[in-house]
Design a binder for this molecule. Structure first.
Ligand code: AMP
Length: 271
């Protein structure tokens, strides 16, 4: 497995690849959810490049950035075991060179950037757009793989691709869950044993909402409160625009974000 620290090394690796290239961007602290993206890419016989980069631009909360888990040696072992071809590990100054600020990338005016995650994490999606635009431009992958767990991010990525990279194939991989149903997340590492147990109730609530019934939303918010899970949003939304659903259209999801103690978790299910 190649470990690429610089853009130069990345461009060298990119030359003369036998198979088309799949790119899986991550922020590290890898778990089986991340590896499911790698496996999906490998199954389609791509050469697989994974990036590990904790993108400061997408953290609206400095404390969250500081405390974001970093487990690089373990990450590299996991990726090597999966047969990943190369890992790109840029440092912040490679991605955002101080003396060469690239222009800010804007998505066409689209409300999806400012609702739900965009509302509660101002600037978050702008950070996602900047870093992915840089990575996609540099890497020129044929295909990219993202997790359904970050559903709103998936819709933003789709917009980036439609607008700037129409030749990139976009893949969404279903959310990997613990046996309890809890969505795997790097942030789960920061939960206490009791919080981890209570976090399972998020999936219970989402499952209870699988049949479209807006009257049950408040019931579930109150139910989660009993487990000291504080909901930021729990909503039916229409896809792909993330507008609050007013009727049962069929192309929908139920989405959740909330806090257990200091830790913010998100999850969703398609209806
Ligand atoms: P992150 O490291 O959190 O930025 O995630 C990197 C990629 O892994 C994103 O496309 C996520 O949606 C995806 N991912 C994170 N958790 C899961 C999961 N439990 N199941 C599937 N994909 C996931």
């Amino acid at each position: 497995m190649f470990i690429l620290f610089s853009n130069q090394a990345l461009l060298e690796f990119r030359k003369n690849l036998a198979n088309p290239l799949a790119f899986v961007p991550t922020m590290g602290a890898l778990h089986d959810g991340h590896l499911s993206l790698v496996r999906a890419a490998k199954e389609k016989n791509f050469t697989v490049l994974v990036s590990i980069f904790v993108n400061p631009l997408q953290f609206n909360n400095p404390d969250d950035l500081l405390k974001y888990p970093r487990t690089i040696q373990n990450d590299l072992n996991l990726l090597e075991n999966e047969g990943v071809d190369a890992v790109y590990l840029p440092s912040v100054h490679h991605v955002y060179p101080p003396n060469n600020p690239s222009k800010q990338i804007c998505l066409p005016n689209n409300a999806i950037e400012s609702v739900f995650e965009g509302h509660f994490r101002p600037g978050h999606f702008n950070g996602v757009v900047q870093v992915l635009h840089r990575f996609f431009s540099l890497i020129s992958p044929q295909s990219v793989f993202f997790g359904q767990k970050d559903l709103q991010q998936c819709m933003i990525v789709k917009l980036i691709i439609d607008e700037f990279f129409p030749n990139i194939q976009f893949n969404i991989v279903p959310t990997s869950r613990e046996k309890s149903g809890l969505a795997m997340s790097s942030r789960n590492m920061r939960l206490s044993e009791s919080e981890l147990k209570r976090a399972e109730e998020i999936y219970v609530s989402l499952t209870a909402l699988l049949t479209f019934d807006p009257s049950q939303i408040e019931v579930q918010i109150q139910r989660l409160k009993q487990y000291e899970i504080h909901t930021e949003y729990l909503s039916y939304i229409d896809l792909p625009n993330f507008e609050v659903s007013t009727s049962n259209t069929g192309n929908q999801a139920v989405i959740f974000a909330g806090y257990l103690g200091e830790i913010r978790l998100i999850d969703n299910l398609f209806l």
